[in-house]
Design a protein around this ligand. Structure first.
Ligand code: SF4
Length: 535
């Protein structure tokens, strides 16, 4: 390897003027220079030096192969899916999305980022093919009635005890994931919901889901629907709209809101047991604990590795951070949830690289990190590639996002009664319930997380339509002042980029960094730019 490095060093030197990071450093351009104005369309691919550019190309081809496999495994349903569902077209933006997410990434951080991202791409493409192949709207398939559709915020792990059945998070494809890739897709569904009379000031995630239901854009699968009150009351209302429109027998998994209270456990546990009994009754399949334990072991391993990763996150030597960390953890935990061994393989490889990086005292991002931030932010930080931008523009590394802190308790893999307790605790700590609702201590935990991970800064998302969180605004500001953190509220309207644009969100950070801290950007081309028309 050393010989190859020596051979390509003069080529890298000769071509370094094409590298946007070098251009920004020398005041002759930067990361935004290669884009057409207002768009996310680049005129050429990012030059990262010979090795990294080649690696990036290979990863790009790898992702294309997953897409090809998706189409080849179900050509007609996929074609029909493009015809039937508006959200299918948005998946074509995936490549642009990934390119943007890893701008400025080099070396080890680029390798880990692509490993994680390919895990998501290969899983998601299989899910899309499987969903469309069995979609009743498109003619159905052999597994249409072996699928158990459930709300995306209910973790699918507990359903793995039903051999031969397939848990399917219904909103994930048309809403939960795709809103991260294409900022223009959910506003359409939000408008559909509002044209049916839904008030315009509700949470845009809930409005978008409602719009998808009213637009008949959910795949029609399964015999029943498992809805939920997770994460919040706005989401509960969404479940009701979806129940009416989808019109299948429905079991609402209403877990205790104040789930940190020990008294809540027996209640939530019983609700989960009732949900299992409901599935047994409608599908005629008995719950098999040994089958469940197989998958619980996979999630236990994923969580064990995750906890080890956290030790490295606390140091300056972690090549895994930002979007490569948080989007992967969100998908791995909430959607994969122990069901796909591929993710265990990725985790094992990544942790090895992280151990080595720590031993070698590897400083990621060319040692340009100036601040370590804890991010308390949902979907809006993905379609804006926000963590990547904070790193490239201001040297703010997002050490950990709130999405990474979901259920990390281990699950007993021998005794069904003990497993049931662990499973309940684990299920309650899902996306948004764990951080935004469910008691003050969930939100207040932010300070401990930030301290424990040696962060000097907190980026706190200010979702203008999340009613619960709006109530905490002034309290958080007061505490930040008392505790001495740099604290930035990042306004957004979650899945509706029309209300608060990407640039509006970036300006929240720009203003703090330039006015309060008086710092200069690492790359002036990405301080203020118009990408309103980008995916
Ligand atoms: S953003 Fe707030 S209102 Fe919307 S689903 Fe999440 S917790 Fe509920």
């Amino acid at each position: 390897m050393k010989i190859i490095d020596k051979l390509i060093a003069p080529i890298d030197k000769k071509l370094e003027r094409f590298d946007p990071l070098w251009q920004a450093e020398h005041g002759v351009g930067g990361l935004r220079s290669r884009y057409y104005d207002k768009t996310g369309v680049a005129k050429w691919r990012e030059w990262r030096g010979v090795k990294d550019t080649l690696f990036d190309y290979v990863s790009w081809i790898n992702n294309i192969l997953s897409m090809v496999q998706m189409v080849a495994s179900a050509p007609i349903p996929v074609m029909k899916g493009f015809w039937e569902y508006r959200w299918m077209g948005s998946y074509l933006g995936t490549f642009m999305f990934i390119d943007r997410l890893f701008e400025g990434y080099r070396g080890t951080e680029l390798r880990i980022a692509h490993m994680n991202m390919h895990g998501i791409v290969q899983s998601l493409t299989k899910k899309i093919a499987f969903g469309l192949k069995n979609d009743g709207r498109l003619g159905g398939g052999k597994d249409t009635f072996n699928i158990v559709p459930h709300d995306e915020t209910i973790t699918p792990l507990f359903l793995k005890g039903f051999k031969g059945l397939y848990p399917f998070p219904l909103q994930t494809l048309p809403e939960f994931i795709i809103c991260d890739i294409d900022q223009h897709i959910e506003p359409y569904y939000i408008d559909v919901a509002e044209s049916f009379g839904l008030p315009a000031d509700v949470c845009s995630r809930c409005a978008a889901e409602t719009g998808v239901a009213l637009d008949d854009a959910f795949p029609l699968v399964g015999k029943v629907m498992l809805s939920t009150n997770m994460p919040c009351n706005a989401s509960e209302a969404t479940s009701m709209f979806q129940r009416r429109r989808i019109a299948k027998p429905d079991f609402p998994i209403t877990l205790a809101m104040q789930h940190n209270e020990p008294e809540a456990l027996p209640y939530s546990r019983q609700v989960l047991k009732d949900a299992m009994a409901f599935v047994e009754e409608h599908y005629g399949v008995k719950y098999d604990w040994d089958e469940f334990f197989k998958y619980a072991k996979l999630i236990n391993e994923q969580n064990t590795i995750e906890l080890e990763k956290w030790d490295y996150f606390k140091t300056p030597y972690s090549p895994l951070s930002g979007v490569a960390e948080s989007l992967y953890r969100l998908y791995e935990w909430q959607s994969v949830n122990g069901q796909e061994p591929y993710f265990n393989k990725v985790d094992r490889k990544v942790i090895k690289i992280m151990r080595k990086a720590y031993e070698e005292k590897y400083l990621p991002f060319g040692g340009k990190t100036r601040h370590r931030a804890f991010l308390w932010g949902p979907s809006a930080v993905y379609y804006t590639d926000f963590p990547t931008w904070t790193q490239n523009c201001w040297g703010i590394t997002i050490v950990l996002n709130m999405d990474s802190t979901m259920g990390f308790n281990m699950i007993n893999t021998e005794d069904p009664e003990l497993a049931m307790d662990d499973l309940t605790r684990f299920t309650e700590k899902a996306c948004m319930r764990h951080h935004a609702v469910g008691g003050w201590d969930n939100i207040n935990a932010l300070w401990d997380w930030a301290k424990e991970f040696n962060c000097d800064m907190i980026l706190f998302n200010d979702n203008i339509a999340c009613k619960g969180m709006l109530g905490t605004h002034a309290l958080m500001e007061e505490q930040a002042r008392d505790l001495g953190f740099h604290f930035i509220f990042v306004e957004h309207d979650l899945q509706d980029s029309r209300t608060v644009s990407r640039q509006d969100m970036r300006n929240c950070v720009n203003n703090y960094m330039s006015v309060v801290l008086g710092e200069k950007p690492l790359d002036p081309t990405i301080v203020e730019f118009d990408d309103a028309e980008a995916y």
